[in-house]
Ligand binder design. Structure first.
Ligand code: ZLM
Ligand code: CA
Ligand code: ZN
Length: 396
């Protein structure tokens, strides 16, 4: 063991079910549930499990799933037979029922179990916050932000985040949702379009013709119909490829501090999609584990009860690095992680880690050369300007 002492700090809980990793979307599908096993392996290798409460997440019940989703949709998810991955690779097959069975959202073996486990973990996390048994509750198996009330979308079938936020709203007046996945958090945004009790903030790559899901423009701040209390409560931060740690951290802190100041949330849900890291199979940012983690650090520093969920992340070893590092931030184990920059030898998954087996590889180690940064400082200033103007309409 590494001689880890229990650091003073927040009560942290970790909600995980090893059953999730047994599910496969298909041979070459980007979403690999075993990245959760890799994450848990690293967390354990560093001894972080001694400094938080560990819960085996249960499956969400039918009633819990239908707190957001329609029963038609959940019934179909529960009963539809698994189907082989379709050959229709462009996924433009519009006669799919509930958008299920295309190449993005295949009908694989055990799908309903997988969805319920993801939902159960995030919901357990929410309940721990509601009862004040946890200050920070972590559910890396959640974060599936594209799922709609009655439709699967972008590798997401059940929106565990919406279900968890609905639970938080039983106890907390206002919930701030923050999404650092490289994709727009459209499902969560849409679910809370008509309430002023949830503010959603998504940072994402925005290129409507070429990048999924194509929504989340700077000017999209919630439907501005006359009597919609939810207007102005959707904040979008559209970005281009190549953004660096320094820019992202600066933008994140500027945007989030303003949101917190005006909206005065009583709880935070942070979606930590790791496809915003450099070297991701789908994302093209230049973020290091440190830059991604600085968002978790900043949110923790706000001192509000917080749920941390996963999300995207398609280069499994980098996902595990980021989520282990972020677990360390939550549990105050950061110094242990930094001091042991080399991944501990006894991790059973060490063979999965390249780059000399370090936890915090440099951009050169990951990419050879950084991607060209297509974000100008001027544009980032404009974003902050627009967000500030939107927030004039928001009050606690
Ligand atoms: N084609 N296989 C992010 C969700 C992103 C829609 C274009 C599918 C893929 C992708 C699937 C093995 C989160 C789109 C893409 C080809 C229609 C997306 C199966 C490769 C594969 O090799 C693949 C046969 C597949 C899917 C790439 N799909 C890349 N990008 C997006 C969805 C989810 O990270 O935000 C949260 C978990 N879909 O661009 C198409 C339009 C389907
Ligand atoms: Ca996002
Ligand atoms: Zn994503």
């Amino acid at each position: 063991e590494l001689g880890i002492t229990t650091p003073k700090g927040y009560d942290v809980s970790f909600h995980y079910n090893p059953e999730m990793e047994r599910h496969h979307f298909g041979q070459t599908h980007p979403m690999k549930p075993w990245r959760l096993t890799l994450t848990k392996g690293l967390v354990t290798a560093y001894g972080m499990h001694y400094t938080m409460k560990n819960y085996t997440a249960r499956a969400a019940t039918y009633d819990e799933l239908t707190s957001f989703h329609t029963s038609d949709y959940v019934d179909f998810l529960a009963t539809v037979a698994p189907q082989p991955t379709p050959l229709d690779l462009d996924g433009t097959n519009s006669d799919l029922k509930f958008n299920l069975g295309g190449s993005d959202c295949p009908l694989f073996e055990g799908l309903y179990n997988y969805c319920s486990l993801s939902g159960g973990a995030s919901l357990d996390a929410a309940r721990k916050l509601c009862t004040k048994q946890s200050d920070i509750a972590i559910a890396w198996g959640g974060g599936l932000h594209h799922a709609k009330r009655s439709e699967a979308s972008g590798f997401c079938y059940v929106n565990d985040i919406v279900i968890a936020i609905l639970q938080l709203l039983r106890v907390h007046k206002r919930v701030l949702y923050i999404d650092i996945d490289v994709h727009h958090g459209d499902g969560v945004e849409e679910a809370f379009f008509s309430t002023d009790r949830v503010m959603t903030v998504s940072f994402h790559k925005y290129d409507p013709m070429n990048f999924f899901p194509g929504t989340g423009a700077l000017e999209d701040n919630g439907p501005k119909s006359e009597h919609n209390p939810g207007a102005h409560h959707a904040i979008n931060v559209p970005l281009n490829d190549g953004i660096t740690d320094e820019q992202y951290k600066w933008l994140f802190e500027n945007v989030i501090s303003r949101c917190v100041e005006k909206f005065k949330p009583e709880a935070i849900v942070l979606q930590c999609g790791a496809d915003s890291l450099a070297g991701d199979r789908l994302g093209k940012f230049n973020l290091l584990v440190q830059g991604h983690g600085s968002c978790v650090e900043y949110c923790k520093g706000l001192g509000l009860p917080m749920i941390i969920v996963g999300g995207g992340g398609y280069t499994p070893k980098n996902v595990a690095r980021a989520w282990a590092y972020e677990t360390a931030i939550a549990t105050n184990n950061q110094s242990n992680v930094a001091a042991t920059a080399e991944i501990p030898l006894h991790t059973p998954y060490r063979k999965n880690f390249e780059y000399d087996s370090v936890l915090l590889p440099s951009i050169e180690q990951i990419l050879g050369d950084a991607r060209q940064n297509r974000n100008t400082q001027k544009r980032l200033q404009e974003i902050i300007q627009h967000v500030t103007e939107q927030l004039r309409f928001v009050s606690a």
